[in-house]
Design a protein around this ligand. Structure first.
Ligand code: GDP
Ligand code: ZN
Length: 448
């Protein structure tokens, strides 16, 4: 059921700017705007300059009013925008006046919610809107703009249509005589399912590679105590954030900072050193954190100390890296200004030598190349955990549907396709059974 109240909010950022926008949506938006502006009418989509008045007849501001008549507005309801002079005070006075005349303050996300409920945007677009506001890199904005334009909506719509037809054919063949169905229908269904499977898993792969595009790619700096993790973090950040010390194991907790490399936002995590057989409780937590940091990271920078022999702790890290097959790993031989003691044959061929005395440009360049490779592709990308979960669930049910399709257990097949349909639909708009009935009756003229 739709909420009938008229809502209002300051649409612009809370600060000083040259204009602020107060947005009113709902059936009373126009009457309220007419009262405040003392006008008889507003022409839709025409900017009208007007003095605004308080309810006790005092002038508030000169503002531009724009009326968007339902359904041709963002929410699908009547909307009036007051473009007033910038500053928090003026916008708040207008807000209070609008509330005085019967509107209420909008809840977070309520405009988008109404836009969804009125069929103006689907959920994937609503998500893109909320993320685009917070996006901090140009790459993220470009990716979100594609979703806002309907890339994901169209993707979902295609799959949904295919699944819907499969289900309709299956239901008909369960409930009615089979002679009405095309002969090779189940071979065609299997072929289509194969295509859908491929599309879904490609999307999942691409999305995982580019997970960091929106919130920032995560880079973990690991290595045993005193190898130079905090120093490297600081150099990457270009300011002193972590405590650097000569005493091993001072970085007890992980430290996370954001930094821009090329056009990418990255989050760097400095972990406590990895240490074997330690009895120090705090240090133990540090080890777990290092392993967690690897798991959570997109890229792992692993440091080794050129001035020390490759010991048990280094071996432990190397074997940890060996097990890590799904991340990009950069091995760095640090303190290369000191004696060559570390056995380089333990590292692979393309490790980077580094010391605090030389520039870290090579490392930055390497990071940039990796990030470019992870981001610059045209495949579609999912932008939220909700979307990823939905696609994973869809894929699961499509995989599960294969066996019953082969054995002719059509009820089971139909069950999994229905589940797949629900899951894929959740990305844009929840599936409604009437839709299936429409397809069935439209396609087969059952009962005429
Ligand atoms: P962490 O425990 O791994 O975080 O190591 P730190 O960053 O705290 O560094 C430990 C010590 O090594 C500090 O005294 C640093 O100044 C020193 N250090 C770090 N990198 C280098 C380097 O490339 N060359 C030399 N000579 N010393 C370094
Ligand atoms: Zn440290």
């Amino acid at each position: 059921m739709l909420d009938e109240s008229t809502i209002v909010a300051i649409a612009t950022a809370n600060g000083i700017g040259s204009i602020s926008i107060v947005r009113v949506s709902g059936k009373d938006a126009l009457p309220i705007a007419l009262k405040i502006s003392k006008k008889d009418s507003l022409t839709p989509r025409l900017a009208t300059l007007s003095t605004l008045y308080s309810h006790d007849d005092k002038p508030i501001d000169e503002a531009l009013l724009i009326y968007f008549k339902a359904p041709f507005s963002f929410t699908g309801e009547d909307i009036v925008e007051f473009q007033c002079h910038g500053g928090v005070a003026i916008a708040n006075i207008i807000l209070d006046e609008v509330i005085h005349y019967g509107a209420r303050l909008a809840n977070p996300g309520e405009y988008s919610k109404r836009a969804f409920l009125n069929g103006k945007i689907d959920l994937s677009k609503a998500e893109a809107i909320s993320k685009i506001i917070e996006a901090r890199s140009e790459d993220a904005v470009k990716l979100l703009a594609k979703q806002l334009k309907g890339e994901l909506s169209n993707f979902v719509e295609d799959i949904r249509k295919d699944l819907l037809f499969m289900l309709a054919y299956t239901e008909v063949s369960i409930d009615y005589a089979e002679e009405d169905l095309p002969e090779d229908i189940f071979e065609k269904i299997e072929y289509k399912l194969g295509n859908i499977k491929e599309k879904l898993s490609n999307t999942l792969d691409a999305s995982k590679r580019r997970e960091g595009m929106i919130e920032g790619f995560k880079i973990a700096i690991i290595g045993k105590p005193n190898v130079g993790k905090s120093s490297l973090l600081n150099r990457l950040l270009n300011f002193d954030r972590a405590i650097i010390s000569d005493i091993a194991g001072t970085t007890r907790d992980t430290i996370e900072e954001s930094v821009k490399i090329g056009t990418h936002i990255i989050k760097i995590v400095d972990t406590a050193g990895i240490r074997d057989e330690t009895t120090d409780v705090i240090e133990k937590i540090g080890i777990e954190k290092s392993i967690n940091a690897i798991n959570e990271a997109d890229i792992v920078i692993s440091l080794f100390d050129n001035s020390k022999v490759c010991d048990k702790e280094d071996e432990k890290i190397l074997s940890l890296l060996e097990e890590t097959t799904d991340k990009t790993i950069i091995k760095v031989l640090n303190k290369s200004d000191l004696d060559n003691v570390f056995d380089k044959s333990k590292l692979d061929d393309n490790f980077i030598s580094l010391s605090t005395k030389e520039s870290i440009k090579l490392l930055i360049l390497k990071l940039e190349t990796i990030l470019d490779k992870n981001t610059h592709a045209d495949e579609m990308t999912l932008i939220s955990k909700r979307q990823v979960d939905s696609v994973e669930q869809t894929l699961y049910h499509i995989n599960e549907s294969t066996t019953p399709l082969h054995t002719g257990e059509l009820e089971f097949f139909a069950h999994h396709i229905t589940e797949a349909l629900h899951n894929i639909s959740n990305i844009t708009r929840p599936f409604d059974n009437d839709e299936m009935l429409d397809v069935m009756f439209g396609e087969f003229c059952l009962g005429k």
